[in-house]
Design a protein around this ligand. Sequence first.
Ligand SMILES: [Zn+2]
Length: 81
Amino acid sequence: MLTEYMHAEHADWWECACGNTPNQSGFYPCNNKGAICEPDNSWDGIHYICYDCGTIVNQYTLMLVGHADHDTAIHNANYWD
Ligand SMILES: [Zn+2]
């Protein structure tokens, strides 16, 4: 399998393959399954998710590590309700 990476113009400016950028839907801290979480002690400090397409990225390597499954996508869609 080909390893894919998040496109980053700068360390704090990502551009997802789906077109999402920080000033659009943005990226949120999540666990390794893609479930959005608070950026506190419960967070692994590593993973972010693209809010538009559910791609999970390692913020240090920028490697795309997976994709949120259906249940996780529902969790994320309802996260701020
Ligand atoms: Zn995306």
